[in-house]
Ligand binder design. Structure first.
Ligand SMILES: C[S@@+](CC[C@H](N)C(=O)[O-])C[C@H]1O[C@@H](n2cnc3c(N)ncnc32)[C@H](O)[C@@H]1O
Length: 272
């Protein structure tokens, strides 16, 4: 019972009522990011009829139109209250589309192997959950090992993820100058010099593709565009995807002065 209440309140520091309240209050500010996520998800053709949505919560950042592409959805989340808000956000649209959905209060990472055994043909989507494992597990090595391992466990499946990669303060009054970004390899944080503010920074989506753009350059450009400054947090999720995988990097202005960079990509079975 105590675990139930704790997970309802803050889901082991990854969500819960505090997440629902933030999402509810930030609806307008998050709209640009939601549109980017929408375009990214809808741009991918889906052949699977079942979806396993890990960390789905209330689907605050998720378009109903994408969810409605599936006939059946299993929402895996440790937050016992998430289903109430999910039904509020997506219930009507999914019913109209003839999609059925079911909530399961389970740990989607600990039980990943079991979940794919239960639904071997499902598409698996990690919905802004992998970048939160550093708060839940509080063990850097364990988090990195666990996140790195996902691509091995899912190597024969269609899957994907959108997750926090980096997050930190933005300086709204920063001088217009470009400075190199200094990565501190060994710590859990990244430091930035002041960066150039960009007009329409919130409109920026950067597609990182090995062929056309060097990863560090692309990241730096986006960080400059969002005016990153001070200490940034590494969410330890850089190795979720193989290094050769093209990813989309989406800025998310979580608070007026605090930005997250979300990494997103779709993965195919290795032998396809
Ligand atoms: C940042 S919230 C994202 C919520 C959701 N994607 C949305 O758009 O509303 C992270 C969610 O992941 C859930 N979560 C964290 N770790 C989890 C795990 N190991 N297994 C299942 N759910 C988890 C939390 O309960 C929370 O609902």
């Amino acid at each position: 019972m105590l675990d139930w209440v704790k997970d309802a309140l803050h889901a082991q520091e990854t969500g819960g009522l505090s997440w629902h309240a933030s999402a509810w209050m930030a609806k307008n500010r998050w709209e640009t990011t939601q549109r980017s996520i929408n375009a990214f998800l809808m741009g991918q053709s889906m052949t699977q009829s079942e979806l396993i949505l890990i960390g789905g919560s209330a689907g605050w950042m998720m378009p109903t139109s994408w969810l409605a592409k599936f006939k059946k959805i299993r929402i895996i989340d440790i937050d016992p209250l998430a289903s109430i808000f999910f039904n509020m956000n997506h219930g009507k649209g999914l019913k109209n589309a003839g999609t059925s959905w079911k909530f399961e209060r389970r740990d989607g990472l600990r039980e990943l192997t079991l979940l794919i055994k239960e639904s071997p043909n499902a598409f698996i989507w990690f919905d802004n959950v992998l970048g939160q494992q550093c708060f839940k597990l509080k063990d850097e090595d364990l988090v990195q090992r666990q996140l790195k391992h996902i691509k091995m466990v899912l190597k024969n499946h269609h899957w994907g993820s959108i997750h926090d990669w980096l997050s930190g303060p933005i300086d709204l009054a920063a001088p217009a100058s470009l400075h190199p970004i200094v990565f501190k390899d060994t710590s859990n944080t990244v430091s930035f010099a002041s960066a150039e503010p960009a007009a329409h920074a919130q409109e920026n989506i950067l597609v990182l593709n090995n062929k056309s753009m060097d990863f560090d350059t692309g990241t730096q450009l986006l960080l400059n565009a969002v005016n990153a400054s001070g200490q940034w947090q590494d969410h330890l999720s850089a190795e979720v995807f193989p290094s050769s995988q093209p990813c989309e990097l989406i800025p998310w202005f979580f608070k007026p002065n605090y930005c997250h960079l979300l990494l997103a990509s779709f993965m195919k079975p290795v032998d396809s």
